[in-house]
Design a protein around this ligand. Structure first.
Ligand code: GAL
Length: 303
């Protein structure tokens, strides 16, 4: 798996799991993401990559991936927020122990990115099918790039760019992970950060984000906090190596752990309705020591 390039599944097809995340459940890795190999239509005179659904891949070694198909599929009802004229981005899934089910949240939008909603769907099995629940404006606000984070105590949070991307909002989810409790915290206000990816290590919370330049790469920055809902301190760009200033031509989407080792997932976007499906991926090892973080470039993903 050569970092920065498109990867193939066990059938030789390009992996369509952009803006994705990796979940481990009962010894299997599940990779969820945007399926961009879809028809292009004209919406309001502009090319639009039809929303077809969210893909799920499974693997037992993080190297060989099997396509489980679309775990959330588009709706044929033009009034539904899963219709092809919508956008579905950055899907994230958590396992809910209380209900023994899987809850997906994702960014729902229109081509003009002014709809700015979140969707919720539920499945009994990690590979789906996910059943659409609803779309909302979380905490009565706009929401674009988003992620989910489960804390060590089991509580779940959605972290999303709000207030026209100016602020990152951390909202606590209810016990079912299907809605908000109302408790939230605004962080990095006025900093216009997006593409959040969080993790926890030895008493500190870490959040890697990108700037807001659309599909064009920019500098990643990380922030740390002692308390998820407390004060976050912006620290530095964690990337090291060639093109570290533009995140190796990539953008953060998720952090997963293999034992003690953390990896950052990047998307290497290829802008354009016909090109997005050829966007590449990277999984890069993360090193942390207190509030110091390093993400060196590696040509290949190796475990
Ligand atoms: C990026 C964002 C992507 C996508 C893109 C659209 O800033 O991270 O997920 O929304 O903008 O231009």
């Amino acid at each position: 798996m050569k970092n920065g390039t498109i990867w193939c599944d066990d059938q030789g097809n390009t992996i369509q799991a952009h803006g994705g995340m990796i979940l481990r459940h009962e010894g299997v890795w599940y990779w969820y993401g945007e399926h961009k190999d879809a028809p292009v239509s004209i919406q309001n005179g502009m090319e639009h990559l039809n929303f077809v659904g969210i893909s799920c891949y499974s693997s037992t070694d993080l190297m060989n991936w099997h396509h489980e198909g679309l775990c959330l599929t588009a709706s044929e009802d033009p009034a539904n927020d899963l219709y092809l004229d919508k956008i579905g981005e950055r899907p994230k899934v958590l396992y809910n122990k209380k209900n023994n089910n899987f809850v997906m949240w994702w960014h729902v939008d229109r081509r003009d990115y002014e709809y700015a909603k979140q969707g919720v769907a539920i499945a009994e099995r990690p590979e789906g099918p996910f059943r659409y629940v609803e779309t909302i404006h979380p905490l009565r606000a706009d929401s674009r790039d988003m992620t989910l984070f489960q804390d060590v105590d089991g509580k779940a949070y959605a972290i999303f760019s709000s207030d026209w991307n100016k602020t990152l909002r951390i909202g606590e989810l209810n016990d079912d992970f299907t809605g908000y409790t109302g408790r939230y915290k605004d962080v990095m206000q006025g900093q216009s950060r997006e593409a959040p990816a969080l993790f926890y290590r030895d008493g500190l919370y870490y959040m890697i984000t990108s700037g807001c330049t659309g599909w064009r790469p920019n500098s990643a920055l990380y922030a740390v906090a002692e308390d998820l809902m407390g004060e976050w301190r912006l620290i530095d760009n964690p990337c090291m190596g060639p093109d570290y200033r533009n995140t190796f031509h990539g953008q953060s989407t998720y952090v997963f752990a293999v034992g003690e080792q953390l990896y950052l997932m990047l998307d290497h976007w290829k802008p354009g309705a016909h090109e997005l499906k050829s966007s590449g991926y990277s999984f890069l090892p993360i090193t942390v020591r207190g509030d110091y973080m390093e993400i060196p470039w590696q040509d290949e993903f190796v475990l």
